[in-house]
Write a protein that binds this ligand. Sequence first.
Ligand code: SF4
Length: 236
Amino acid sequence: MNITIKQMIETSLIDWEGKIVSTLYLPLCNFMCPFCYNGELILRPDNFKNIPQKEIDSYLLERKDFIDGICMSGGEPTLYPDLPVYFKGIKDKGFLIKLDTNGTNPKLLKNLLDFGLVDYIALDIKSSLDFGNYSKAAGIIDKMMMEKVKNSIELIINSKIDYEFRTTVVPLLHSDETIMEIARYIAGAKKYVLQNFSPLEKTLDPSFQKIKPYSDEKIQNLSEKAKKYVPNCCWR
Ligand code: SF4
């Protein structure tokens, strides 16, 4: 199986609300979001050691009493065609699975949903769903990628699974209107989370480290406004 975990947060209380998980990171990504905090993992994965799967399995199994499951993050996990097989192995051990994704592989998402291989999906919506904005926020030039994100959004909204859509809000990329357009696009969704951009960590585009984030008050205010379309809108 071609899945190699490069980083692991052994115990996380913040990656899945209400759950205790081990968070696993896969390398590489098909987006190049300028504000990305995981540049090393997506550009220079060979700088990271491979974590042997046996180690991950024994960590989880030895703590089965208090670890609810895993959060699979990255990078972009859906780049890996073997993800369903990997998730089946985790499920067979009795753990829950949360997936973080940029939404560019609706075919694989459908497979995971159809076979009950995922319990929670967090899909990043990088900007409003028009290509000018999306290409800037995701660093892409292929319009089909954004169309695939739209397909994934539809798939998830129409599924029975628990999920959240989320946007990292960055001055320069997102105005109030951009956020309202996203909220309008996903109107009626179960949950929408606005995450305030933090330039404290190294960003993929170094110039983004100089950007002053919006104030928490502003993000809170935006989330209040977005409740018009998604009542369960929050911020962090
Ligand atoms: S923030 Fe963007 S570039 Fe970074 S891992 Fe997520 S989707 Fe990929």
